[in-house]
Design a protein around this ligand. Structure first.
Ligand SMILES: Cc1cc2nc3c(=O)[nH]c(=O)nc-3n(C[C@H](O)[C@H](O)[C@H](O)COP(=O)(O)OP(=O)(O)OC[C@H]3O[C@@H](n4cnc5c(N)ncnc54)[C@H](O)[C@@H]3O)c2cc1C
Length: 554
């Protein structure tokens, strides 16, 4: 442990800042550690705010993870709330701070400075954007304002279908409001690939949300009788009592920029793996920084609580010294969201980010296994998309949604990605199993088996995006009743059970693409046909995936 007395000042006392302060104290008893936050609270649970608005969390105190008194008594850390850091004087290693209650300004010297100022909600310069009925949700005062406004509200418009927009939809719906959700892109939940978001849109609509996809807001205006009109770029307008603006955040970098601290290409503060900026005495963490994506290598801001907390810990370690091996490995953007009973989670790269990046050869599989064995009550499907390297099987990303068991599978896959695991490792993963929890072949095993079978050549995959142009014969191996309900145009129905008797109906001089409901029967048929000399591919995920793909913006 380093024994020198050092003054560590921290700007922002929530996820990254508070974590950094507490870790610094654990490593250095002699250091002086002081947090400044312009808000009235430190260490509050911003992730709980949508549920406080929705009255799922009833008491505001529950959101306060640690108070200034606790920081002082337990950790001997000074906390100055409602104190804004105005500027950084790098030459003199000092910051200028203002007490927001008294207006007094003073200079504070540092040996090490940590910036954890978070991100700010994007508020585009639209007419009426500053009207009182338009709210963002970043902190406890925001949530208090929204709760007060909701007392007189019956209708709400949510602008933005990302994590916070969706969580707010669930919570405002729970309070009985009529909801309109407006999303400029053609899908909700932008980190996911479009086809994987179709069940989310279905669920929103089923819960009575008026979902407007592919539509932007152009203006807000007050109505004479009270309430607001939201004008859309398709000419429509929506009347509402309250607007929640949840269209994303941008790194809070004003202090850093004014002090000449280097930014990255995507506008976040540039840091090394120790979370150190280009100034040797200044570290930065959390939503304000850019970090490398573990898969694509692209440097970008990732506004998530987990990385902010881990980065705070790493920055503190770097400041105090002693564990040079503690370095930030990069982010996987592992995230999860609950929407009206549906769990949506993802980790690693999406297909669209791999396409954008363009330097990784990838393959994908879709599957729809049960959350646990079908014979035990309560099993529900998990829709999974797994992306992996077509060169060596390394797992690149995964997306999943369903009613149950989603978080566990994505967490396993997240760890697998971080360890550089391949689909062959997933085949062999030994995961806990009893009937109510999973299956002896867990969905994670299945994902690995399907992908590995493909790479080994035992289960060649066809791509959905090629279906319109393919010359292949499409054979549907489901039952006639299933085929009658819906099938791909031009598909020939030969049920799996009669394939052996009907081999002569299957063309041997052209490629055959097989489809069933979720992929399993098509796999059995593939093995049978391949051993009879046919050239076969499978449409991964079957008609279930086709349903999502054909209804998405792909
Ligand atoms: C409503 C909501 C729900 C969320 N849900 C989730 C979730 O479920 N899962 C998840 O992973 N992430 C979630 N997040 C994101 C997560 O909260 C952030 O990624 C995380 O808090 C970032 O930590 P940070 O330390 O960088 O910034 P913050 O926690 O935002 O803290 C920044 C602090 O710095 C202060 N500050 C800024 N500038 C100054 C200045 N000049 N002087 C003094 N103080 C300053 C601010 O007042 C603020 O208190 C959610 C965020 C919100 C808003």
């Amino acid at each position: 442990m380093n024994k020198t007395t050092r003054r560590i000042l921290i700007v922002g006392g929530v996820a990254g800042g508070a974590s950094c302060a507490a870790r610094a104290r654990r490593l250095c008893e002699k250091c002086e550690i002081v947090i400044f936050d312009r808000g009235p609270h430190v260490s509050f649970a911003n992730c709980g705010l949508p549920y406080f608005v929705g009255e799922v969390i009833q008491q505001e105190e529950k959101l306060l993870v640690a108070s200034p008194a606790l920081f002082s008594d337990r950790f001997n850390i000074g906390v100055h709330t409602e104190t804004e850091v105005l500027s950084i004087d790098r030459d003199n290693k000092s910051i200028l701070v203002r007490d927001l209650n008294s207006g007094e300004e003073r200079t504070e010297h540092y040996d090490a400075l940590v910036l954890s100022p978070g991100a700010r909600a994007i508020r585009p310069p639209l007419p009426g954007i500053d009207l009182p009925g338009i709210h963002v949700l970043r902190n406890i005062p925001d949530s208090q304002r929204i709760r007060a406004a909701l007392k007189h509200a019956k209708r709400a418009v949510i602008v933005g279908g990302g994590f916070i927009g969706l969580e707010m939809a669930e919570n405002l719906s729970g309070l009985g409001l009529n909801l309109t959700l407006i999303e400029k892109t053609a899908q909700v939940m932008p980190p996911l690939d479009p086809e994987m978001t179709v069940p989310i849109a279905d669920r929103l609509i089923a819960e009575g949300v008026d979902l407007r996809l592919g539509v932007g807001v152009t203006a807000f205006a007050e109505m004479p009788q009270g309430g607001l009109t939201v004008t859309l770029d398709n000419g429509d307008s929506v009347e509402t009592d309250i607007v929640i603006l949840a269209i994303g955040v941008q790194p809070e970098t004003s202090l850093a920029v004014a002090a000449g601290i280097e930014l990255g290409e995507r506008g976040g503060i540039k840091v090394d793996a120790s979370m150190r900026t280009n100034d040797r005495a200044i570290w930065a963490v959390g939503d304000a920084v850019e970090v490398n994506d573990l898969i694509t290598g692209v440097s970008q801001p990732i506004p998530l609580a987990g990385p902010a907390n881990r980065q705070g810990r790493i920055a503190a370690t770097s400041i105090i010294g002693g564990h040079p091996e503690l370095q930030f490995r990069g982010v996987q953007a592992t995230a999860i969201c609950g929407v009206f009973g549906l769990t949506v989670a993802s980790t690693g790269a999406s297909e669209k980010s791999l396409i954008r990046c363009g330097n990784l050869a990838y393959e994908k599989v879709y599957l729809h296994p049960g959350s646990h064995v079908s014979y035990f009550p309560g099993a529900t499907p998990i829709h999974i998309k797994l992306l992996f390297s077509s060169d060596d099987g390394r797992i690149l990303g995964a997306q999943a949604l369903g009613e149950n068991g989603v978080a566990r599978r994505i967490d396993v896959l997240s760890m697998a990605i971080q360890m550089g695991a391949t689909v062959y490792d997933l085949e062999e993963s030994e995961l806990c199993y009893a009937p109510q929890f999973g299956a002896a072949k867990d969905p994670v095993n299945f994902a690995g088996m399907i992908a590995a079978n493909h790479l080994r050549g035992d289960l060649p995959l066809a791509h959905w995006e090629d279906i319109a142009d393919t010359q292949a014969k499409i054979i549907d191996v489901r039952s006639p009743a299933e085929y009658e309900r819906r099938h791909l145009p031009g598909a020939l129905n030969i049920p799996l059970e009669s394939i052996r008797q009907r081999l002569s109906d299957i063309p041997s001089d052209q490629e055959v693409w097989l489809i069933c409901e979720v992929g399993q029967r098509a796999y059995y048929a593939t093995r049978l046909l391949m051993q009879n000399g046919y050239k076969v591919r499978v449409l991964s995920g079957g008609m279930k995936s086709w349903d999502f793909i054909s209804r998405s913006a792909l």
